[in-house]
Write a protein that binds this ligand. Structure first.
Ligand code: FES
Length: 359
C-alpha cells in the first residue's frame, strides 16, 4: 500500500471553503483519504466603544493614566513608609487582626504600585490598542535574517498600534510608574542590609584591671588554675550580673589556655600573656561564630561553622579555612591575689572583616 502523501510545507490541512480538503494527487482506491473538519472561520468582529467614539477613547486614556498615577502614589507611599514610619506601631486591621502597621503599609503600597501598572497596561490593551484579528499562516520557526527583520518590524508596528508615541500622557505616566517602581527594590537592597559595624567591634567591655571570670559561672580565675592543656571560656568580671546587651557579652568572650612557653613562637604573644597563659578573642574572624574547639595536642583552635583553624602557638594565625585574620589577643597579667586580669581592651576590632575596619 502506498503511504498517504504529506502536505507540502505551508499547506494548510484545514479547508478554507465549505468543502472538506482532499489530496488531489492521491490515487483514489489506493489510499484512505482522511476526513478533515471544516474551518469555522472567525466570529464577526465587534467594535469597541473606544473604536467608534473619540470621547470614549479619551476617557479610556484618562483611566489608564489614572492607574499609572496610582502606581506612582503607591511607590512614593512605600518610600515614605520605609523611611519615616514607626516600625513598632501596631493597629487592628479589619479581617486580619492586630498587625505591625509598618509591614502592612509596605505590603499595601507595594501592591498598589504593582497593580496600578498591571491594571493600567491591561486596560490600555483592551480599550486603546489596535483590535485587529490577524490570521497567521504556519511557517518554519527559525531566526534567519528575514525573521529578525520581520520581528523588528512587528515591534515597530506594535509601538505604532499601541499609540504610545501619539499619547504622551500615557507615555510619561507609564515611564514614571516603571522608573519609580525600581526604586523600592534598590532601597530595600541597600537599606535592609543592616547597620555598619562602625566602632562597635573595636570597643569591648575589657578594661585595665578587669578580672577574667569563667563563663557562665562568673568565678575569677587564678593563674595557678590554668594548667597545661586546659582551656577556659572567659568573660569580663561583672558582665554576668549586669543587664548588658547580648552582643556586648558576645564580643567580649575570650578563650584562655596555657602553653608550654617553649612552644610559643611569637615574642609579642609571650609578652601579652602570663607565663605561657594566653587569652584570645573567641569571635571567629570569618563571620563571627564562637571558636570553641581546642585541640590540646596540636594547640589548634577550630571554628565549628566553616572549619577555620587557628594555631595558638603562632599568634592564632589561620592555618586552614575561610578566615583571613588571626584571632585578636587580649593582654593579661596577674593581680596581687594571683587572679588573671586584663591590661586593657583588644588592640584591634574583634570578629569578621568589614569595610571600615582598617580605618
Ligand atoms: S565563622 Fe568561623 S569559620 Fe566561618
Amino acid at each position: 500500500m502506498t503511504p498517504a502523501p504529506t502536505p507540502a510545507h505551508g499547506e494548510d490541512k484545514m479547508s478554507h471553503g465549505s468543502h472538506p480538503a482532499r489530496f488531489d494527487d492521491a490515487p483514489h482506491g489506493e489510499v484512505e483519504i482522511p476526513e478533515y473538519f471544516e474551518n469555522p472561520g472567525h466570529p464577526p468582529h465587534v467594535l469597541r466603544w473606544s473604536d467608534v467614539d473619540p470621547a470614549a477613547a479619551r476617557r479610556a486614556e484618562r483611566q489608564v493614566a489614572f492607574l499609572f498615577l496610582l502606581s506612582i502614589l503607591g511607590t512614593l507611599g512605600f518610600i515614605v513608609a520605609y523611611f519615616w514610619m514607626d516600625q513598632e506601631a501596631t493597629g487592628v486591621i479589619p479581617g486580619i487582626g492586630t498587625q505591625k502597621l509598618y509591614h502592612f503599609t509596605l505590603g499595601l503600597t507595594m501592591a498598589v504600585s504593582l497593580l496600578g501598572i498591571g491594571f493600567g497596561v491591561v486596560h490600555w490593551a483592551k480599550t486603546l490598542m489596535d483590535d485587529e484579528e490577524v490570521t497567521e499562516e504556519r511557517h518554519v520557526l527559525e531566526a534567519d535574517g528575514e525573521t529578525r527583520r520581520a520581528f523588528a518590524d512587528t515591534v515597530a508596528e506594535g509601538l505604532e498600534s499601541s499609540q504610545i508615541m501619539r499619547r504622551p500622557l500615557i507615555k510619561w505616566t507609564l515611564g514614571g510608574a516603571l522608573g519609580l517602581f525600581a526604586l523600592p527594590l534598590g532601597i530595600q537592597l541597600v537599606g535592609s542590609m543592616g547597620p555598619l559595624p562602625r566602632n562597635d567591634l573595636a570597643v569591648t567591655m575589657w578594661k585595665k584591671g578587669t578580672r577574667l571570670v569563667t563563663d557562665p559561672d562568673g568565678l575569677p580565675v587564678k593563674a595557678a588554675d590554668v594548667t597545661l592543656g586546659s582551656v577556659f571560656h572567659i568573660m569580663p568580671e561583672g558582665v554576668m550580673e549586669a543587664e548588658y546587651p547580648l552582643n556586648e557579652k558576645a564580643k567580649a568572650s575570650v578563650l584562655v589556655m596555657r602553653l608550654n612557653p617553649s612552644d610559643i613562637k611569637s615574642e609579642k604573644q609571650r609578652e601579652w600573656g602570663y607565663e605561657g597563659i594566653v587569652a584570645y578573642s573567641k569571635v571567629c574572624t570569618h563571620v563571627g561564630c564562637p571558636v570553641a574547639l581546642y585541640e590540646q595536642q596540636t594547640h589548634h583552635l577550630l571554628c565549628p561553622c566553616h572549619q577555620s583553624t587557628f594555631d595558638v602557638t603562632d599568634d592564632c594565625k589561620v592555618i586552614f579555612g575561610p578566615a583571613k585574620r588571626p584571632l585578636p589577643q587580649l593582654k593579661i597579667a596577674v593581680d596581687d591575689e594571683g587572679y588573671l586580669t586584663a591590661l586593657g581592651d583588644f588592640s584591634e576590632p574583634v570578629g569578621p572583616s568589614y569595610w571600615e575596619r582598617e580605618l
